[in-house]
Design a protein around this ligand. Structure first.
Ligand code: NAP
Length: 502
Protein backbone atom coordinates (compact mmCIF):
# COMPACT_ATOMS: atom_id res chain seq x y z
CA UNK A 1 0.00 0.00 0.00
CA UNK A 2 1.33 3.44 -0.88
CA UNK A 3 2.23 6.01 1.81
CA UNK A 4 -0.82 8.12 2.59
CA UNK A 5 -1.71 11.34 4.36
CA UNK A 6 -5.29 11.06 5.61
CA UNK A 7 -6.83 14.54 5.94
CA UNK A 8 -9.99 14.43 8.03
CA UNK A 9 -12.43 17.35 8.02
CA UNK A 10 -14.80 17.07 11.01
CA UNK A 11 -12.21 15.34 13.21
CA UNK A 12 -13.92 16.54 16.40
CA UNK A 13 -17.35 15.26 15.31
CA UNK A 14 -19.53 12.31 16.21
CA UNK A 15 -18.92 10.22 13.09
CA UNK A 16 -15.15 10.47 13.44
CA UNK A 17 -15.33 9.46 17.08
CA UNK A 18 -17.76 6.56 16.74
CA UNK A 19 -16.80 5.11 13.36
CA UNK A 20 -13.70 6.51 11.66
CA UNK A 21 -11.09 6.23 14.45
CA UNK A 22 -12.19 2.74 15.51
CA UNK A 23 -12.16 1.66 11.84
CA UNK A 24 -8.62 3.01 11.34
CA UNK A 25 -7.50 1.31 14.55
CA UNK A 26 -8.85 -2.09 13.48
CA UNK A 27 -7.21 -1.71 10.08
CA UNK A 28 -3.95 -0.93 11.86
CA UNK A 29 -4.24 -4.06 14.04
CA UNK A 30 -4.94 -6.12 10.91
CA UNK A 31 -1.89 -4.55 9.21
CA UNK A 32 -4.10 -3.08 6.54
CA UNK A 33 -2.84 0.52 6.76
CA UNK A 34 0.10 1.80 4.73
CA UNK A 35 3.36 1.50 6.66
CA UNK A 36 3.75 5.25 6.28
CA UNK A 37 0.46 6.80 7.37
CA UNK A 38 -0.33 10.17 8.96
CA UNK A 39 -3.76 11.52 9.95
CA UNK A 40 -4.35 15.27 10.02
CA UNK A 41 -7.54 15.93 11.99
CA UNK A 42 -9.26 19.27 11.31
CA UNK A 43 -11.85 21.34 13.16
CA UNK A 44 -12.46 24.82 14.50
CA UNK A 45 -11.82 23.80 18.09
CA UNK A 46 -8.40 24.75 19.44
CA UNK A 47 -6.71 21.46 20.32
CA UNK A 48 -3.08 20.48 20.70
CA UNK A 49 -1.81 17.34 18.98
CA UNK A 50 -1.62 15.70 22.43
CA UNK A 51 -5.23 16.48 23.38
CA UNK A 52 -6.39 15.28 19.99
CA UNK A 53 -4.44 12.05 20.35
CA UNK A 54 -5.95 11.54 23.81
CA UNK A 55 -9.44 12.05 22.33
CA UNK A 56 -8.75 9.52 19.57
CA UNK A 57 -7.50 7.03 22.14
CA UNK A 58 -10.64 7.50 24.21
CA UNK A 59 -12.85 6.89 21.19
CA UNK A 60 -11.01 3.64 20.45
CA UNK A 61 -11.33 2.45 24.02
CA UNK A 62 -15.05 3.26 23.91
CA UNK A 63 -16.13 2.27 20.41
CA UNK A 64 -13.69 -0.20 18.86
CA UNK A 65 -15.18 -3.64 18.14
CA UNK A 66 -11.89 -5.13 19.37
CA UNK A 67 -10.55 -4.35 22.82
CA UNK A 68 -7.38 -2.27 22.62
CA UNK A 69 -5.47 -4.30 25.20
CA UNK A 70 -1.96 -3.80 23.86
CA UNK A 71 -0.83 -0.34 25.07
CA UNK A 72 2.34 -0.37 22.95
CA UNK A 73 0.38 -1.09 19.80
CA UNK A 74 -2.20 1.58 20.69
CA UNK A 75 0.53 4.17 21.30
CA UNK A 76 2.15 3.34 17.97
CA UNK A 77 -1.18 3.90 16.25
CA UNK A 78 -1.96 7.15 18.08
CA UNK A 79 1.44 8.61 17.15
CA UNK A 80 0.24 8.90 13.55
CA UNK A 81 -2.34 11.57 14.54
CA UNK A 82 -1.88 15.36 14.25
CA UNK A 83 -4.40 18.16 14.68
CA UNK A 84 -4.79 21.42 12.80
CA UNK A 85 -7.26 24.20 13.48
CA UNK A 86 -9.13 24.91 10.26
CA UNK A 87 -12.28 26.90 9.58
CA UNK A 88 -13.75 25.59 6.35
CA UNK A 89 -14.42 29.07 4.96
CA UNK A 90 -11.00 30.54 5.86
CA UNK A 91 -8.58 30.19 2.95
CA UNK A 92 -5.45 30.98 4.98
CA UNK A 93 -6.11 27.90 7.16
CA UNK A 94 -5.66 25.68 4.09
CA UNK A 95 -2.26 27.28 3.43
CA UNK A 96 -1.17 26.58 7.00
CA UNK A 97 -2.41 23.01 6.64
CA UNK A 98 -0.52 22.56 3.37
CA UNK A 99 2.71 23.75 4.98
CA UNK A 100 2.33 21.29 7.83
CA UNK A 101 1.44 18.38 5.58
CA UNK A 102 4.38 19.09 3.26
CA UNK A 103 6.71 19.27 6.24
CA UNK A 104 5.50 15.87 7.48
CA UNK A 105 5.76 14.27 4.03
CA UNK A 106 9.33 15.56 3.73
CA UNK A 107 10.21 14.25 7.21
CA UNK A 108 8.98 10.82 6.18
CA UNK A 109 10.42 11.18 2.67
CA UNK A 110 7.21 9.87 1.10
CA UNK A 111 5.25 10.57 -2.07
CA UNK A 112 2.46 13.04 -1.28
CA UNK A 113 -0.59 10.83 -1.68
CA UNK A 114 -3.53 12.55 0.02
CA UNK A 115 -6.90 11.16 0.99
CA UNK A 116 -9.38 13.89 1.99
CA UNK A 117 -12.28 12.63 4.11
CA UNK A 118 -15.22 15.06 4.50
CA UNK A 119 -16.96 14.06 7.73
CA UNK A 120 -18.88 17.35 7.86
CA UNK A 121 -22.31 18.60 6.78
CA UNK A 122 -22.95 18.47 3.01
CA UNK A 123 -23.31 22.25 2.90
CA UNK A 124 -19.49 22.39 3.24
CA UNK A 125 -18.54 19.94 0.46
CA UNK A 126 -18.30 22.48 -2.31
CA UNK A 127 -16.29 25.06 -0.32
CA UNK A 128 -13.83 22.43 0.89
CA UNK A 129 -13.29 20.97 -2.58
CA UNK A 130 -12.68 24.37 -4.09
CA UNK A 131 -10.30 25.42 -1.27
CA UNK A 132 -8.36 22.17 -1.62
CA UNK A 133 -7.84 23.01 -5.26
CA UNK A 134 -7.05 26.69 -4.76
CA UNK A 135 -4.61 26.15 -1.89
CA UNK A 136 -2.55 23.60 -3.80
CA UNK A 137 -3.39 20.84 -1.32
CA UNK A 138 -4.75 18.83 -4.20
CA UNK A 139 -1.95 19.36 -6.69
CA UNK A 140 0.95 17.39 -5.27
CA UNK A 141 2.97 14.82 -7.22
CA UNK A 142 1.13 11.81 -5.76
CA UNK A 143 -2.51 10.86 -6.03
CA UNK A 144 -5.46 12.63 -4.39
CA UNK A 145 -8.82 11.16 -3.40
CA UNK A 146 -11.97 12.51 -1.81
CA UNK A 147 -14.29 10.54 0.48
CA UNK A 148 -17.70 12.05 1.13
CA UNK A 149 -20.54 10.99 3.36
CA UNK A 150 -24.19 11.07 2.38
CA UNK A 151 -26.41 12.98 1.87
CA UNK A 152 -25.44 13.71 -1.71
CA UNK A 153 -28.02 16.34 -2.66
CA UNK A 154 -31.67 16.43 -1.64
CA UNK A 155 -33.12 15.95 -5.13
CA UNK A 156 -31.92 15.48 -8.70
CA UNK A 157 -31.23 19.15 -9.30
CA UNK A 158 -29.23 19.79 -6.10
CA UNK A 159 -27.26 16.54 -6.56
CA UNK A 160 -26.31 17.55 -10.11
CA UNK A 161 -25.25 20.98 -8.95
CA UNK A 162 -23.12 19.53 -6.15
CA UNK A 163 -21.50 17.05 -8.49
CA UNK A 164 -20.66 19.79 -10.93
CA UNK A 165 -18.97 21.79 -8.16
CA UNK A 166 -16.97 18.80 -6.89
CA UNK A 167 -15.90 17.81 -10.37
CA UNK A 168 -14.09 21.13 -10.76
CA UNK A 169 -11.61 19.96 -8.11
CA UNK A 170 -11.75 16.13 -8.35
CA UNK A 171 -12.23 13.76 -11.28
CA UNK A 172 -14.91 11.06 -10.91
CA UNK A 173 -12.29 8.33 -10.36
CA UNK A 174 -10.97 10.36 -7.41
CA UNK A 175 -14.36 10.69 -5.66
CA UNK A 176 -15.42 7.94 -3.24
CA UNK A 177 -19.06 8.42 -2.15
CA UNK A 178 -19.75 6.39 0.96
CA UNK A 179 -22.99 4.46 1.22
CA UNK A 180 -22.15 2.46 4.31
CA UNK A 181 -24.60 -0.30 3.33
CA UNK A 182 -22.14 -1.15 0.55
CA UNK A 183 -19.52 -1.77 3.23
CA UNK A 184 -21.58 -4.45 4.97
CA UNK A 185 -20.03 -7.90 4.49
CA UNK A 186 -23.26 -9.57 3.40
CA UNK A 187 -23.97 -6.86 0.81
CA UNK A 188 -20.50 -7.36 -0.65
CA UNK A 189 -21.18 -11.10 -0.69
CA UNK A 190 -24.28 -10.68 -2.89
CA UNK A 191 -22.14 -10.24 -5.99
CA UNK A 192 -19.43 -12.69 -4.93
CA UNK A 193 -21.94 -15.50 -4.29
CA UNK A 194 -23.59 -14.98 -7.61
CA UNK A 195 -20.32 -14.80 -9.55
CA UNK A 196 -18.92 -17.94 -7.97
CA UNK A 197 -21.97 -20.20 -7.81
CA UNK A 198 -23.42 -21.23 -11.14
CA UNK A 199 -26.42 -22.64 -9.29
CA UNK A 200 -27.34 -19.16 -8.03
CA UNK A 201 -26.44 -17.48 -11.29
CA UNK A 202 -28.76 -19.82 -13.16
CA UNK A 203 -31.68 -19.08 -10.84
CA UNK A 204 -31.28 -15.29 -10.98
CA UNK A 205 -34.09 -14.72 -13.49
CA UNK A 206 -37.80 -14.20 -13.81
CA UNK A 207 -38.10 -17.81 -14.92
CA UNK A 208 -37.61 -19.00 -11.33
CA UNK A 209 -38.10 -15.99 -9.08
CA UNK A 210 -41.61 -14.87 -8.12
CA UNK A 211 -40.69 -11.71 -6.24
CA UNK A 212 -37.92 -10.03 -4.23
CA UNK A 213 -38.47 -8.28 -0.90
CA UNK A 214 -35.97 -5.86 0.60
CA UNK A 215 -36.68 -4.58 4.11
CA UNK A 216 -34.68 -2.24 6.35
CA UNK A 217 -36.60 -1.61 9.55
CA UNK A 218 -35.55 0.28 12.65
CA UNK A 219 -37.13 0.32 16.11
CA UNK A 220 -35.79 3.78 16.95
CA UNK A 221 -37.76 6.95 16.23
CA UNK A 222 -36.42 10.28 15.02
CA UNK A 223 -34.10 10.59 18.08
CA UNK A 224 -32.11 13.87 18.11
CA UNK A 225 -32.16 14.27 14.34
CA UNK A 226 -35.46 16.19 14.06
CA UNK A 227 -33.98 19.21 12.25
CA UNK A 228 -32.53 17.01 9.51
CA UNK A 229 -35.05 14.19 9.39
CA UNK A 230 -38.23 16.25 9.24
CA UNK A 231 -37.02 17.74 5.96
CA UNK A 232 -35.68 14.54 4.57
CA UNK A 233 -37.95 11.65 5.54
CA UNK A 234 -37.46 7.95 4.88
CA UNK A 235 -37.39 8.51 1.13
CA UNK A 236 -34.27 10.71 1.22
CA UNK A 237 -32.67 9.26 4.34
CA UNK A 238 -32.88 5.59 3.36
CA UNK A 239 -34.68 4.87 0.11
CA UNK A 240 -32.82 6.94 -2.49
CA UNK A 241 -29.43 5.72 -1.33
CA UNK A 242 -29.25 2.55 0.83
CA UNK A 243 -32.36 0.77 -0.46
CA UNK A 244 -31.68 1.42 -4.13
CA UNK A 245 -28.05 0.36 -3.65
CA UNK A 246 -29.29 -2.95 -2.18
CA UNK A 247 -31.57 -3.36 -5.18
CA UNK A 248 -28.68 -2.71 -7.59
CA UNK A 249 -26.36 -5.11 -5.78
CA UNK A 250 -28.96 -7.86 -5.85
CA UNK A 251 -30.26 -7.42 -9.38
CA UNK A 252 -26.96 -7.14 -11.27
CA UNK A 253 -25.70 -10.14 -13.21
CA UNK A 254 -21.95 -10.15 -12.78
CA UNK A 255 -19.47 -12.19 -14.79
CA UNK A 256 -16.77 -13.94 -12.74
CA UNK A 257 -13.90 -11.70 -11.56
CA UNK A 258 -15.78 -8.54 -12.52
CA UNK A 259 -13.72 -5.38 -12.31
CA UNK A 260 -14.87 -2.32 -10.40
CA UNK A 261 -15.88 -0.71 -13.74
CA UNK A 262 -17.89 -3.81 -14.68
CA UNK A 263 -19.76 -3.80 -11.36
CA UNK A 264 -20.56 -0.12 -11.71
CA UNK A 265 -21.66 -0.47 -15.30
CA UNK A 266 -24.00 -3.38 -14.43
CA UNK A 267 -25.46 -1.44 -11.50
CA UNK A 268 -26.06 1.48 -13.82
CA UNK A 269 -27.88 -0.83 -16.24
CA UNK A 270 -30.23 -1.91 -13.43
CA UNK A 271 -31.08 1.70 -12.63
CA UNK A 272 -31.58 2.53 -16.32
CA UNK A 273 -34.00 -0.40 -16.62
CA UNK A 274 -36.15 0.61 -13.65
CA UNK A 275 -39.62 1.46 -14.94
CA UNK A 276 -40.04 5.16 -14.13
CA UNK A 277 -43.03 6.52 -12.23
CA UNK A 278 -44.93 9.68 -12.97
CA UNK A 279 -46.05 11.72 -9.92
CA UNK A 280 -49.71 10.84 -10.56
CA UNK A 281 -48.81 7.10 -10.57
CA UNK A 282 -46.96 7.19 -7.25
CA UNK A 283 -49.97 6.48 -5.03
CA UNK A 284 -50.58 3.16 -6.81
CA UNK A 285 -47.15 1.71 -6.09
CA UNK A 286 -45.65 3.72 -3.23
CA UNK A 287 -46.96 3.67 0.34
CA UNK A 288 -46.08 6.68 2.44
CA UNK A 289 -46.36 6.20 6.20
CA UNK A 290 -45.83 7.95 9.51
CA UNK A 291 -45.68 6.37 12.96
CA UNK A 292 -48.15 7.13 15.69
CA UNK A 293 -47.94 6.32 19.39
CA UNK A 294 -47.52 2.62 20.13
CA UNK A 295 -45.29 0.16 21.92
CA UNK A 296 -41.72 -0.95 21.32
CA UNK A 297 -40.71 -4.05 23.26
CA UNK A 298 -43.67 -3.58 25.58
CA UNK A 299 -42.80 0.06 26.39
CA UNK A 300 -45.10 2.89 25.30
CA UNK A 301 -43.60 5.38 22.84
CA UNK A 302 -44.96 8.66 21.46
CA UNK A 303 -46.03 9.34 17.88
CA UNK A 304 -43.86 11.18 15.34
CA UNK A 305 -45.65 14.53 15.58
CA UNK A 306 -45.30 14.53 19.40
CA UNK A 307 -41.52 14.12 19.16
CA UNK A 308 -39.42 17.14 20.26
CA UNK A 309 -38.87 19.73 17.50
CA UNK A 310 -41.29 18.08 15.06
CA UNK A 311 -44.17 20.28 13.87
CA UNK A 312 -47.52 18.91 15.15
CA UNK A 313 -48.87 18.99 11.59
CA UNK A 314 -45.80 17.44 9.94
CA UNK A 315 -46.64 15.21 6.97
CA UNK A 316 -43.13 13.78 6.84
CA UNK A 317 -42.70 10.13 5.83
CA UNK A 318 -41.11 7.87 8.46
CA UNK A 319 -41.97 4.80 6.36
CA UNK A 320 -41.98 4.03 2.68
CA UNK A 321 -42.86 0.84 0.82
CA UNK A 322 -42.67 0.61 -2.96
CA UNK A 323 -43.14 -1.82 -5.78
CA UNK A 324 -40.49 -1.50 -8.49
CA UNK A 325 -40.22 -3.19 -11.86
CA UNK A 326 -37.04 -3.76 -13.84
CA UNK A 327 -37.69 -3.84 -17.55
CA UNK A 328 -34.86 -6.12 -18.67
CA UNK A 329 -34.54 -9.66 -19.97
CA UNK A 330 -33.74 -11.13 -16.54
CA UNK A 331 -36.28 -9.41 -14.34
CA UNK A 332 -39.30 -8.59 -16.50
CA UNK A 333 -42.49 -9.30 -14.46
CA UNK A 334 -40.64 -9.88 -11.18
CA UNK A 335 -41.86 -7.31 -8.65
CA UNK A 336 -39.24 -5.90 -6.28
CA UNK A 337 -40.89 -4.78 -3.05
CA UNK A 338 -38.84 -2.41 -0.93
CA UNK A 339 -39.76 -1.02 2.47
CA UNK A 340 -38.00 0.93 5.18
CA UNK A 341 -39.24 2.67 8.29
CA UNK A 342 -38.66 3.88 11.80
CA UNK A 343 -40.38 2.66 14.97
CA UNK A 344 -41.12 -0.71 13.45
CA UNK A 345 -41.47 -3.99 15.27
CA UNK A 346 -37.89 -5.18 14.82
CA UNK A 347 -34.49 -3.88 13.80
CA UNK A 348 -33.54 -5.81 10.71
CA UNK A 349 -32.16 -5.48 7.19
CA UNK A 350 -33.05 -8.49 5.11
CA UNK A 351 -33.54 -9.57 1.50
CA UNK A 352 -35.97 -12.38 0.74
CA UNK A 353 -36.10 -14.05 -2.67
CA UNK A 354 -39.32 -16.00 -3.15
CA UNK A 355 -39.16 -18.65 -5.85
CA UNK A 356 -41.98 -19.74 -8.14
CA UNK A 357 -44.09 -22.91 -8.09
CA UNK A 358 -44.69 -23.32 -4.36
CA UNK A 359 -45.48 -26.81 -3.06
CA UNK A 360 -49.15 -27.36 -2.21
CA UNK A 361 -49.44 -28.90 1.28
CA UNK A 362 -51.54 -32.03 1.48
CA UNK A 363 -53.41 -31.28 4.69
CA UNK A 364 -54.04 -27.61 4.46
CA UNK A 365 -54.19 -24.80 2.03
CA UNK A 366 -50.80 -23.19 2.65
CA UNK A 367 -48.28 -23.22 -0.14
CA UNK A 368 -44.61 -23.32 0.69
CA UNK A 369 -42.25 -21.69 -1.78
CA UNK A 370 -38.49 -22.03 -1.74
CA UNK A 371 -37.01 -18.94 -0.14
CA UNK A 372 -33.49 -17.60 -0.18
CA UNK A 373 -32.92 -15.14 2.65
CA UNK A 374 -29.97 -12.80 3.06
CA UNK A 375 -29.73 -11.40 6.58
CA UNK A 376 -27.71 -8.19 6.33
CA UNK A 377 -27.98 -6.74 9.84
CA UNK A 378 -27.89 -6.91 12.80
CA UNK A 379 -27.13 -10.60 12.18
CA UNK A 380 -25.48 -11.75 9.00
CA UNK A 381 -26.30 -15.00 7.31
CA UNK A 382 -27.95 -16.85 4.46
CA UNK A 383 -30.84 -19.29 4.78
CA UNK A 384 -32.37 -21.47 2.11
CA UNK A 385 -35.86 -22.84 2.67
CA UNK A 386 -36.42 -26.17 0.92
CA UNK A 387 -39.27 -28.68 1.18
CA UNK A 388 -38.75 -32.16 2.56
CA UNK A 389 -40.41 -34.72 4.80
CA UNK A 390 -39.57 -36.54 8.01
CA UNK A 391 -38.86 -40.24 7.46
CA UNK A 392 -41.48 -42.38 9.19
CA UNK A 393 -43.80 -39.45 9.80
CA UNK A 394 -47.06 -38.63 8.05
CA UNK A 395 -45.32 -38.03 4.78
CA UNK A 396 -46.33 -34.38 4.72
CA UNK A 397 -43.87 -32.16 2.96
CA UNK A 398 -42.51 -29.58 5.36
CA UNK A 399 -40.06 -26.72 5.00
CA UNK A 400 -36.51 -27.31 6.16
CA UNK A 401 -33.81 -24.66 6.45
CA UNK A 402 -30.18 -24.70 5.41
CA UNK A 403 -28.53 -21.88 7.29
CA UNK A 404 -25.14 -20.22 7.32
CA UNK A 405 -24.43 -17.57 9.95
CA UNK A 406 -21.44 -15.31 10.18
CA UNK A 407 -19.77 -14.59 13.51
CA UNK A 408 -20.62 -10.95 14.31
CA UNK A 409 -17.66 -9.99 16.52
CA UNK A 410 -15.17 -11.19 13.91
CA UNK A 411 -16.71 -9.19 11.11
CA UNK A 412 -15.08 -5.93 10.04
CA UNK A 413 -17.34 -2.91 10.35
CA UNK A 414 -18.58 -1.29 7.13
CA UNK A 415 -16.28 1.72 7.65
CA UNK A 416 -13.24 -0.54 7.91
CA UNK A 417 -13.69 -2.17 4.55
CA UNK A 418 -14.69 1.09 2.88
CA UNK A 419 -11.71 3.07 4.17
CA UNK A 420 -9.46 0.16 3.26
CA UNK A 421 -10.82 0.12 -0.30
CA UNK A 422 -10.39 3.89 -0.63
CA UNK A 423 -6.76 3.62 0.51
CA UNK A 424 -6.25 1.08 -2.27
CA UNK A 425 -8.18 3.17 -4.76
CA UNK A 426 -10.76 0.42 -5.28
CA UNK A 427 -14.12 2.05 -5.96
CA UNK A 428 -16.21 -1.13 -6.33
CA UNK A 429 -18.25 -0.56 -3.17
CA UNK A 430 -18.76 3.19 -3.49
CA UNK A 431 -21.63 4.96 -5.21
CA UNK A 432 -20.64 6.18 -8.67
CA UNK A 433 -22.15 9.47 -9.82
CA UNK A 434 -24.17 7.67 -12.52
CA UNK A 435 -25.88 5.57 -9.84
CA UNK A 436 -26.54 8.57 -7.62
CA UNK A 437 -27.95 10.58 -10.51
CA UNK A 438 -30.18 7.75 -11.75
CA UNK A 439 -31.41 7.09 -8.19
CA UNK A 440 -32.46 10.70 -7.74
CA UNK A 441 -34.05 10.65 -11.17
CA UNK A 442 -36.18 7.66 -10.17
CA UNK A 443 -37.05 9.12 -6.77
CA UNK A 444 -37.82 12.70 -7.88
CA UNK A 445 -41.46 11.96 -8.93
CA UNK A 446 -42.02 10.41 -5.48
CA UNK A 447 -40.71 13.57 -3.80
CA UNK A 448 -43.00 15.62 -6.00
CA UNK A 449 -46.02 13.42 -5.26
CA UNK A 450 -45.36 13.66 -1.51
CA UNK A 451 -44.92 17.44 -1.66
CA UNK A 452 -48.13 17.89 -3.61
CA UNK A 453 -49.99 15.32 -1.53
CA UNK A 454 -50.72 13.15 -4.55
CA UNK A 455 -49.94 10.12 -2.39
CA UNK A 456 -51.90 9.91 0.88
CA UNK A 457 -50.08 9.68 4.20
CA UNK A 458 -50.97 6.43 6.00
CA UNK A 459 -50.44 6.02 9.72
CA UNK A 460 -49.09 3.01 11.61
CA UNK A 461 -48.70 2.33 15.30
CA UNK A 462 -45.13 2.31 16.58
CA UNK A 463 -44.01 -1.29 17.02
CA UNK A 464 -45.85 -2.58 13.92
CA UNK A 465 -44.72 -3.51 10.41
CA UNK A 466 -45.96 -0.27 8.87
CA UNK A 467 -49.37 0.77 7.53
CA UNK A 468 -51.88 -1.89 6.44
CA UNK A 469 -51.64 -0.43 2.92
CA UNK A 470 -48.08 -1.80 2.72
CA UNK A 471 -49.49 -5.32 3.14
CA UNK A 472 -52.14 -4.59 0.52
CA UNK A 473 -49.45 -3.55 -1.96
CA UNK A 474 -48.26 -7.18 -2.02
CA UNK A 475 -51.65 -8.80 -1.49
CA UNK A 476 -52.82 -7.27 -4.79
CA UNK A 477 -50.20 -9.45 -6.53
CA UNK A 478 -51.00 -12.52 -4.42
CA UNK A 479 -47.93 -12.15 -2.14
CA UNK A 480 -47.22 -11.15 1.44
CA UNK A 481 -44.21 -9.80 3.30
CA UNK A 482 -42.23 -12.69 4.73
CA UNK A 483 -41.27 -12.85 8.39
CA UNK A 484 -43.62 -10.23 9.74
CA UNK A 485 -44.56 -12.89 12.34
CA UNK A 486 -48.18 -11.78 12.46
CA UNK A 487 -50.57 -14.16 14.21
CA UNK A 488 -52.39 -14.94 10.99
CA UNK A 489 -49.21 -16.08 9.26
CA UNK A 490 -48.20 -19.70 9.25
CA UNK A 491 -46.58 -21.21 12.33
CA UNK A 492 -43.56 -22.44 10.43
CA UNK A 493 -42.84 -18.95 9.25
CA UNK A 494 -42.58 -17.80 12.84
CA UNK A 495 -40.24 -20.68 13.55
CA UNK A 496 -38.19 -19.65 10.57
CA UNK A 497 -37.98 -16.08 11.85
CA UNK A 498 -36.78 -17.36 15.22
CA UNK A 499 -34.26 -19.58 13.51
CA UNK A 500 -32.98 -16.77 11.32
CA UNK A 501 -32.74 -14.38 14.26
CA UNK A 502 -30.79 -16.78 16.47
P1 NAP B 1 -21.02 16.56 14.04
O1 NAP B 1 -20.84 15.69 15.24
O2 NAP B 1 -21.94 17.71 14.12
O3 NAP B 1 -19.56 17.09 13.65
C1 NAP B 1 -19.39 18.09 12.69
C2 NAP B 1 -17.90 18.31 12.50
O4 NAP B 1 -17.76 19.35 11.54
C3 NAP B 1 -17.16 18.74 13.75
O5 NAP B 1 -15.92 18.10 13.78
C4 NAP B 1 -16.97 20.24 13.53
O6 NAP B 1 -15.77 20.64 14.15
C5 NAP B 1 -16.84 20.31 12.03
N1 NAP B 1 -17.22 21.63 11.53
C6 NAP B 1 -18.47 22.18 11.52
N2 NAP B 1 -18.42 23.41 10.97
C7 NAP B 1 -17.12 23.63 10.64
C8 NAP B 1 -16.44 24.73 10.04
N3 NAP B 1 -17.07 25.87 9.66
N4 NAP B 1 -15.11 24.62 9.85
C9 NAP B 1 -14.45 23.50 10.23
N5 NAP B 1 -15.04 22.44 10.78
C10 NAP B 1 -16.36 22.51 10.99
O7 NAP B 1 -21.45 15.73 12.76
P2 NAP B 1 -21.25 14.15 12.48
O8 NAP B 1 -22.34 13.40 13.14
O9 NAP B 1 -19.85 13.79 12.81
O10 NAP B 1 -21.54 14.04 10.93
C11 NAP B 1 -20.64 14.51 9.94
C12 NAP B 1 -21.26 14.23 8.57
O11 NAP B 1 -21.42 12.83 8.38
C13 NAP B 1 -22.64 14.85 8.36
O12 NAP B 1 -22.76 15.24 7.03
C14 NAP B 1 -23.58 13.69 8.62
O13 NAP B 1 -24.79 13.83 7.90
C15 NAP B 1 -22.77 12.53 8.06
N6 NAP B 1 -23.10 11.25 8.69
C16 NAP B 1 -23.01 11.09 10.03
C17 NAP B 1 -23.29 9.85 10.59
C18 NAP B 1 -23.15 9.61 12.06
O14 NAP B 1 -23.31 8.46 12.48
N7 NAP B 1 -22.84 10.61 12.88
C19 NAP B 1 -23.67 8.78 9.77
C20 NAP B 1 -23.74 8.97 8.37
C21 NAP B 1 -23.46 10.21 7.85
P3 NAP B 1 -15.66 21.94 15.09
O15 NAP B 1 -16.92 22.04 15.85
O16 NAP B 1 -14.44 21.66 15.94
O17 NAP B 1 -15.43 23.05 14.16
Amino acid sequence: MEPTTFVLFGATGDLAKRKIYPALYNLFVDKKLPSSFTVFGLGRRELTDETFQANVEKSILTFSRRKANDPVQLKQFINAFRYNVLDIGRKEDYQKLLNRIEQREQELAVTPNRLFYLSVGPEFFETIASNIKESGLGSAAGWKRLIIEKPFGRDLQSARWLNQQLSQAFAEHEIFRIDHYLGKPMVQKLGILQQNNPVLNALWTSRYIANVQITASETVGVEERAAYYDHSGAVRDMFQNHMLQLLMMLATHLPKNSSSEEVRSRKKQVMESLVPLQPYEVAASVIRGQYQAGQINGEPVIGYTSEPNIAPDSMNDTFIAAKLQIDGAFWRDVPFYIRTGKRMKEKSTRIVIEFKEPVQQRNNETKTPNLLVFEISPNEGITLQLNSNEPGQSGDVEPIHLAFHMNGSEMPEAYESLIHSALYGDATYFAHWDEVELSWKWVDPILKAFEENLAPLHYYPAGSYGPAESDELLARDGFHWWFDSKPEQAAEEKEFALHVNK
